[in-house]
Structures are given as structure tokens and as C-alpha cells.
Design a protein around this ligand. Structure first.
Ligand SMILES: [Zn+2]
Ligand SMILES: [Zn+2]
Length: 389
């Protein structure tokens, strides 16, 4: 079968301490400090083997994620920009929907022909964090398209327990194709849901929500804030295409921080203005630029306001704790999307029509041109670039 394989050279930066875990597993915990000279190719690989608790899938739609772009882009020293857990070579693709081709002998509740979406976090269920209810913090975590083969391929084998049927989406949107596209958006939408509602505990209906950075996670945060009853959703984004899409998925006002700076204004002033001086009840970091966004968020915290960090950035961000204390604020870290009904709730929201993320898809490519899809996504002109099968 063919798959879009990403490879790079293991070359820890001078001064980076390679841990015993990294040496043993060949997984880099901080990818951007270890992997150099990336290569992306559509190649022929053997069909994956099917275990008794696995399903064999034929992907139908797979989004190109910002993380995939950060594999592809390098810094001045040739290191990849993605700062997280990675093991190469790997077939990329982790935001997808697929049709089940075959189920293992021990699989119950799924059958050939079912349309599903799949968790990207392959939590083990046996380690102490998993047993304590923290699947996104699993000690034996594998990640589809990061440490094990993903969905930019003709086939993929995953554990059945990570699959969520999306027949309801095909029915709601009128065709298997539309259902497959919506299904491929469940993963990033679930990442936003996990951060805002599972980790941070959400906000009360009528609350004010600010979203910094409207890539796909930011779009999902906007749509979810609307569905959850926000009275005003304020977004910050530099790309004009994405500003427009942010309005389409439900933002009440969208500001370009660069334009604000030119006019001598700041994002936090826009949040204060929109809230009559009260500040935002929930603020979402989805820009991956906390050194810039956190100092804004801290100045527009509502009393009891929450900040949730979802965008990835392996860096320090300054925070003036006096604001956090006097406003009784809270900051939450979030990664992943597993557990706590998240996928189920996201699929229900999409099937009910209360959340429709499909407008963010602005480019579509076939598997044959998957390298072009990643290159296109790196231009940051799109909402979501989707590979269709
Ligand atoms: Zn992603
Ligand atoms: Zn675990």
C-alpha cells in the first residue's frame, strides 16, 4: 500500500540531555530538539498486520494538522519545529475518518462497512495515570501519525477501542462523503472540547470567551463556545482568510493583533471593551504563542476567569501573578482528547447541527498529491487542508 511517510535524522542538539526513555524507545520527547533534516515522501510500504483487537481501516478523509506542518518546517539549524513526542519514520495523518474493512477476531460492536473516526492518543489503559483517569497523560502513550503510522495511507490498523462510529454524521449531512469530512474534524474539535470543558470546566451560559489564534483548534473553540451559550465570542487572528472563517463558525468579533498594534491598541483592550470592562470568563490559547498571548489574557481576566493553554509551544511565558491572585483566576494546561465522553459529545454536537465545522475546509487533495497538501498547509492560507480518498 502507499502512504505519506515522514522521516528525519536523529541528531540531538548540543546540550540536549537524551533520557534513558528516549534511548530505549527511539521516541523524542522534545522533537524539535532531536530531529533534523526532515523528508516527506509518498512511498510503498507493506500492508499492516491485523491483531485480534484491531480493525483494518480505509481512510476516507484526513486533515493536515499544524503539527504535520511543524514536522515539515525547520529552524535555521535544520531542526523540525514540532516540539512534542515523535518517532520517525512514520506515516503521518491523525485527523481522519475511515471505513472499516476488517475486524480482528476479538472485536465486538464494530463491523466491516462502518464509518468511524479515531482517537489520536493511543492510551494504554494499564499504567497508573490511565488507571487514575488521565488517558491523555498515559505513560506508555503512542500517537497516531506521530509515533505510530497514521492515516495518510491506503490502509491503517488501529485498536478497535479507539474508534467512534460516525454513521450519525453521514445521516445528518446527507452523504457518506459529507459525513467523512465532518468525521475528520472530530479530532481537532475534541482537542478544543477537552481543553475548554474537561480540563478548564467550561463557563456558565452568558459567559464571554476570547480565543487567541484561529487555526482549526481556535475555530473549534469558537464553535463550541457558541454552542455552550457564550454571550460574546472574541477572536484574534492575523490571517485574513482565517478571520473570515472565524466569523463563519461563530465569532462575534475578530481582530487582527498586527492591525491593533499599528493603531496603538492591544487585544486585552478589545476584550475589556466587549465585556463592559468585566473581562473574559474563558480565554483559549490556540496560537502556540503564549509569550505574547498570556500577557494579554492576564489583563482581561474576569473575576474567576480561566485561561486554557491548548496551542503547543516549548517555551516560557511570563505571567504577572498579581492579576491571577486579585482576579481569582486559574490557568489550565491541556493536551489530547481522550476520555470523559469528549468524542461522543463532539459527534452528537455535529450530528445535531449545533456545531458544523465543515466550512473551515478550504482545500482538498487526493492521496497522490498529499505532499502538495502539506506544502499548501504550510502557506497558512487555508482553514483546513483535507486529503480525500
Ligand atoms: Zn492535529
Ligand atoms: Zn497508560
Amino acid at each position: 500500500m502507499r502512504g505519506l511517510q515522514f522521516d528525519a535524522t536523529w541528531a540531538p542538539r548540543p546540550g540536549y540531555q537524551v533520557s534513558e526513555f528516549e534511548r530505549r524507545t527511539h521516541k523524542a520527547v522534545t522533537g524539535s530538539s532531536v530531529w533534523r533534516n526532515p523528508r516527506l515522501d509518498l512511498i510503498e510500504v507493506p500492508d499492516p498486520a491485523l491483531g485480534p483487537l484491531d480493525v483494518r481501516l480505509r481512510p476516507r478523509a484526513c486533515g493536515v494538522c499544524g503539527s504535520d506542518v511543524h514536522f515539515y518546517e525547520t529552524d535555521a539549524d535544520g531542526y523540525i519545529r514540532y516540539p512534542g513526542l515523535t518517532k520517525f519514520p512514520v506515516i503521518v495523518g491523525h485527523e481522519f475518518s475511515a471505513e472499516i474493512l476488517e475486524v480482528g477476531a476479538g472485536v465486538r460492536g464494530l463491523r466491516a462497512g462502518d464509518l468511524v473516526t479515531v482517537e489520536e492518543m493511543i492510551w494504554c489503559g494499564a499504567c497508573v495515570p490511565c488507571r487514575n483517569g488521565w488517558p491523555n497523560q498515559c505513560e506508555n502513550l503512542e500517537e497516531v501519525g506521530f509515533t505510530i503510522n497514521g492515516a495518510m495511507a491506503e490502509q491503517l490498523v488501529v485498536g478497535a477501542k479507539y474508534c467512534w462510529p460516525i454513521t450519525a454524521l453521514a445521516e445528518a449531512y446527507g452523504s457518506a462523503d459529507a459525513g467523512a469530512e465532518a468525521g475528520a474534524l472530530c479530532e481537532p474539535t475534541s482537542v478544543a472540547y477537552n481543553g475548554m470543558f474537561v480540563r478548564a470546566g467550561g463557563f456558565r451560559p452568558g459567559g464571554i470567551v476570547a480565543v487567541y489564534g484561529t487555526g482549526p483548534i481556535g475555530f473549534a473553540a469558537i464553535a463550541l463556545a457558541r454552542a455552550a451559550g457564550a454571550s460574546r465570542v472574541i477572536a484574534f487572528e492575523v490571517s485574513p482568510v482565517r478571520q473570515e472563517l472565524a466569523r463563519k463558525v461563530g465569532a462575534d468579533e475578530v481582530h487582527n493583533p498586527a492591525d491593533l498594534a499599528k493603531a496603538g491598541a492591544s487585544p486585552h483592550e478589545m476584550v475589556l471593551r466587549a465585556s463592559g470592562g468585566a473581562g473574559a470568563d474563558l480565554q483559549v490559547e490556540a496560537a502556540g504563542a503564549p509569550a505574547i498571548t498570556v500577557p494579554e489574557m492576564e489583563q482581561s481576566l474576569a473575576i474567576g476567569g480561566k485561561v486554557v493553554i491548548i496551542g503547543r509551544a516549548a517555551e516560557r511565558a511570563p505571567m504577572y501573578l498579581e492579576y491571577l491572585q486579585t482576579r481569582a483566576g486559574q490557568v489550565f494546561g491541556a493536551q489530547g482528547h481522550s476520555g470523559y465522553g469528549t468524542f461522543q459529545h463532539v459527534i452528537r454536537l455535529m450530528a445535531s447541527g449545533r456545531v458544523d465545522m465543515r466550512p473551515i475546509i478550504t482545500s482538498r487533495f487526493a492521496l497522490e498529491s498529499a505532499p502538495d497538501a502539506v506544502a499548501r498547509a504550510s502557506q497558512r492560507r487555508d482553514g483546513k487542508v483535507m486529503v480525500k480518498f
